[in-house]
Write a protein that binds this ligand. Structure first.
Ligand SMILES: O=c1[nH]c(NC[C@H](O)[C@H](O)[C@H](O)CO)c([N+](=O)[O-])c(=O)[nH]1
Length: 150
């Protein structure tokens, strides 16, 4: 038997956590994700906005604890600057989201792009492709797969 999540969004409840830092990029990631969800029939979406990517795991943990969503999509943009901050933020957010996946019952998708500069970010936020759309597809697949294996 092969289990693979489909992309149907009808009846799914999705939570999106999006950070405002590098808003020029993250607002496009959000638009791409919402476009994907709408085209796949998702009608129940809550959006939570946080200051920066580092704040994402806290809200993801709180939402996962409540168990209100079939899946949670996190969206952010960490751009390498002059400081070492980039690595700290990127690593901690990834670790935080991974930990929540292993602690709670619903998939939490890591949709935080980590890029060297704004141009790379723009390429991934709509110029060449929209990673937000791609991460939303992953969210649909994992939400539906989770329903099948539960
Ligand atoms: O979302 C981001 N937050 C960033 N920093 C802020 C961080 O997410 C927290 O909001 C802040 O440290 C307060 O907790 C970034 N950098 O500084 O590089 C970044 O590129 N992206």
């Amino acid at each position: 038997m092969i289990y693979e999540g489909h992309y149907t969004g009808e009846g799914l409840k999705i939570g999106i956590i999006v950070s405002r830092f590098n808003d020029l990029l993250t607002r496009e990631l959000l638009e791409g994700a919402l476009d994907c969800f709408k085209r796949h029939g998702v009608e129940n979406i809550d959006i939570f906005k946080v200051p920066g990517a580092f704040e994402i795991p806290f809200v993801a943990k709180e939402l996962a604890k409540k168990g209100r969503y079939d899946a949670i999509l996190t969206l952010g943009a960490v751009v390498r600057g002059e400081t070492y901050h980039f690595e700290l933020v990127a690593n901690e957010v990834a670790k935080g989201v991974a930990h929540i996946n292993l602690t709670y019952e619903m998939p939490v998708i890591f949709g935080v792009i980590t890029v060297d500069d704004e141009i790379q970010g723009l390429d991934r936020a709509g110029i060449k492709l929209n990673k937000g759309f791609e991460y939303a597809l992953t969210t649909l697949e994992m939400a539906n797969l989770n329903k099948e294996i539960k």
